[in-house]
Design a protein around this ligand. Sequence first.
Ligand SMILES: Nc1nc2c(ncn2[C@@H]2O[C@H](COP(=O)(O)OP(=O)(O)OP(=O)(O)O)[C@@H](O)[C@H]2O)c(=O)[nH]1
Ligand SMILES: [Mg+2]
Length: 595
Amino acid sequence: MKRVALLGMPNTGKSTFFNRLTGASAKVGNWPGITVDLLSARVLLGSEMVEIVDLPGIYNLHGFAEDERVARTFLEENPVDLLLVVSNATQLDRQLALVLQLQELGQPMLLLLNMSDEARRLGIRIDESRLAGELGIPVVSISAKHGMGMDAARDAITRALAGAHPARKAALEQVFHDDDALESRLEQVFHDTVQVPLSATDRLTDRLDRVLLHPWLGLPLFFLAMLAMFEAVYALGTPLQDGVAWMLETIKTDAVAPAVAHWNPVLRSFLLDGIFDGIGTVLSFLPIIVLFFLFMAIVEDSGYMSRAAFLMDAFMSRLGLDGRAFVMQLMGFGCNVPALMGTRVMRSRGLRLLTMMIIPFSLCSARLQVFVFFTTAIFTAWAAPLVLFSLYVASFLAAMLTALIYRRRLSNDEPLLLELPPYRFPTAKQMWLRGWREVTHFVREATGFILLGVILVWALTHSPFDVPPASPQTLAGQLARLFSPVFAPLGIDHLMTITLLFGFVAKEVVLGAMAVIYGVGQGELAGIVHGQVDWVQAYSFMLFVLIYTPCLSTVAVLKQESRSWRFTALAVGWPLLLAWLVSFAFYQGARWLGF
Ligand SMILES: Nc1nc2c(ncn2[C@@H]2O[C@H](COP(=O)(O)OP(=O)(O)OP(=O)(O)O)[C@@H](O)[C@H]2O)c(=O)[nH]1
Ligand SMILES: [Mg+2]
């Protein structure tokens, strides 16, 4: 099968093009360094199946950040039939350098001038055929986001592949380093083929930036925007969630329960209190999670992330980090795993490890479920969103403290060059893709280890079967007693201790485990929890959930990315200790104050 590699500078729309060409749903975002790993998909072009590989963006062929290494290694180790170079048509003055460098490889190549919609709006005119002539390769203008020029691009790829070159691996060390020659050729080509009007600036972006990057309005506005986003997720999400919970409850009482009424009691309990309540409770949070990711998609695609990095850079530098670390923390709000992998764009190992230390404190969507549940169950309607926001603040404080403690051991010597892309808005299709990705991801997890966790919790809390479920005589009860000296000083009772043990695997399991322990669905669970724990205990529990190890997947990624067991042990052990200390201080302090 023929193979086509997508190459180009970061943030030029490679993944957007990849998605449009192959129907895949690779993550896209207005931030250089969204793709940090290879992704491949097959597509029928002409009468042939072709493999398309989406690679991380590279600035040049000599880059040595981890994500650039991924792209280079791929080219060196895999024969490729066609290099498909994606450039941003509004920045050809800079982007042509990579095109010229790639030509040195001597492989068949095709240039896609992407973002032609933006180029047209800015009045930039490119003489495609002359450019093709000067470079000696086919050139096609497209807009991957809006779909313009896709047919022409498809035809050009098919035609280029039809030329009977056998695929070759690239020999990157052959690429010459004569930057002056390259520079003068670049100027020549650019001068001959591109016309830029005198004022080729994006007026909307300029106007927005005057406010959003304002020296002292910028940061407050950013935090207001974040607060507004969480309020919106909460305000829109909780009614939807109640709806789903109600629906599941109805299905349970009206359909499933009668159907299994005559089953053996152990089996019936396993099905109703174990699987149905456990998975159902987790499922009822799906609307909130999807909403949250839709908002994140807007934030990520708007280009506001780069502004956040810019605004926070000075502050983060004091912590031994830089503005990008802040953006990765923000990405971590969705899920810590891609955020950890996103650190591949950092070249300094110290900076990268320090950033990897702080990302697991980001309050990810799985933890959001637990907190939405507790805040709604325990606090009043007006206090709940504020309590939730306080947890986001706590998440930053834990990260800051960690950075301050470890910044000397993991020091950063990499200067940050930040590019501010124009503001963009995701299309309905991009948002739909994003929402769909999250739903399928969630369902995959729910049918995998969440189900397993729920079954295990059911088994532990229901055996032996002749004692009351979840009582101290059950296996789970005994396990919890073992840990009670650790958790009792935090105000965390033995049933909640069990959920924490399972929460180590994944935070989605926490609520599922609770539903199983109490043998009820999400609707009733809130009432029960409200009767059993007061707000001080609940907040102490939430602080612990916030700070300790997010899930096994993050542990695996910490190991994979750091390639060091010592670092992984530190990145797991330190948050455990910190979680205990913070919950202890909060709980004992609040009790001492008489709450
Ligand atoms: N206006 C416009 N925006 C586009 C076009 N193609 C992509 N974008 C936007 O450009 C941004 C970057 O797109 P990606 O597909 O993530 O870029 P990438 O090249 O894969 O980036 P990395 O993986 O970080 O190297 C996103 O905000 C896209 O929505 C286009 O044709 N026109
Ligand atoms: Mg990409």
